[in-house]
Design a binder for this molecule. Structure first.
Ligand SMILES: [Zn+2]
Length: 74
Protein backbone atom coordinates (compact mmCIF):
# COMPACT_ATOMS: atom_id res chain seq x y z
CA UNK A 1 0.00 0.00 0.00
CA UNK A 2 0.97 3.62 -0.28
CA UNK A 3 2.43 5.36 2.76
CA UNK A 4 0.07 7.97 4.18
CA UNK A 5 2.88 9.86 5.95
CA UNK A 6 5.30 10.68 3.14
CA UNK A 7 2.78 10.01 0.32
CA UNK A 8 5.52 8.75 -1.99
CA UNK A 9 6.76 5.55 -0.40
CA UNK A 10 5.34 2.08 -0.75
CA UNK A 11 5.06 -0.25 2.20
CA UNK A 12 6.36 -3.78 2.32
CA UNK A 13 5.82 -6.51 4.90
CA UNK A 14 8.56 -6.71 7.48
CA UNK A 15 9.31 -6.53 11.17
CA UNK A 16 9.52 -3.46 13.30
CA UNK A 17 10.15 -2.38 16.87
CA UNK A 18 7.27 -0.66 18.63
CA UNK A 19 8.06 1.67 21.54
CA UNK A 20 5.29 2.79 23.87
CA UNK A 21 5.53 5.19 26.79
CA UNK A 22 3.23 5.97 29.63
CA UNK A 23 4.17 7.93 32.72
CA UNK A 24 7.62 6.69 33.72
CA UNK A 25 7.33 3.40 31.86
CA UNK A 26 8.86 2.58 28.49
CA UNK A 27 7.96 -0.61 26.73
CA UNK A 28 9.75 -1.87 23.69
CA UNK A 29 8.28 -4.70 21.68
CA UNK A 30 10.54 -6.20 19.06
CA UNK A 31 9.90 -8.27 15.96
CA UNK A 32 6.39 -6.96 15.42
CA UNK A 33 5.08 -7.87 11.96
CA UNK A 34 4.13 -4.71 10.09
CA UNK A 35 3.92 -3.00 6.74
CA UNK A 36 6.94 -0.73 6.59
CA UNK A 37 7.43 2.26 4.28
CA UNK A 38 10.50 1.93 2.08
CA UNK A 39 11.01 5.69 2.01
CA UNK A 40 10.37 7.09 5.47
CA UNK A 41 10.31 3.97 7.62
CA UNK A 42 6.83 4.57 9.01
CA UNK A 43 5.17 1.33 10.04
CA UNK A 44 1.56 0.19 9.91
CA UNK A 45 0.23 -2.56 12.12
CA UNK A 46 -2.85 -4.50 11.18
CA UNK A 47 -5.71 -4.43 13.64
CA UNK A 48 -5.09 -7.83 15.21
CA UNK A 49 -1.38 -7.17 15.66
CA UNK A 50 -2.02 -3.71 17.11
CA UNK A 51 -4.49 -5.10 19.59
CA UNK A 52 -2.00 -7.75 20.63
CA UNK A 53 0.83 -5.22 21.00
CA UNK A 54 -1.31 -2.90 23.13
CA UNK A 55 -2.50 -5.81 25.29
CA UNK A 56 1.11 -6.85 25.91
CA UNK A 57 2.06 -3.26 26.67
CA UNK A 58 -0.85 -2.91 29.05
CA UNK A 59 0.51 -5.79 31.12
CA UNK A 60 3.91 -4.15 31.31
CA UNK A 61 2.41 -0.81 32.32
CA UNK A 62 0.32 -2.47 35.00
CA UNK A 63 3.53 -3.88 36.50
CA UNK A 64 4.97 -0.33 36.55
CA UNK A 65 8.19 -1.38 34.89
CA UNK A 66 10.71 1.33 34.14
CA UNK A 67 11.94 -0.16 30.89
CA UNK A 68 10.97 -3.48 29.44
CA UNK A 69 11.90 -5.11 26.18
CA UNK A 70 9.60 -7.80 24.92
CA UNK A 71 9.59 -9.90 21.81
CA UNK A 72 6.36 -10.12 19.92
CA UNK A 73 5.15 -13.69 20.11
CA UNK A 74 2.85 -14.55 17.24
ZN1 LIG B 1 6.55 6.82 3.96
Amino acid sequence: MKCSICKTGTTRPGKTTVTLQRGGSVLVIRDVPAEICEDCGEYYLDEITARRVYADAEQGFSRHVEVEIQRYAA
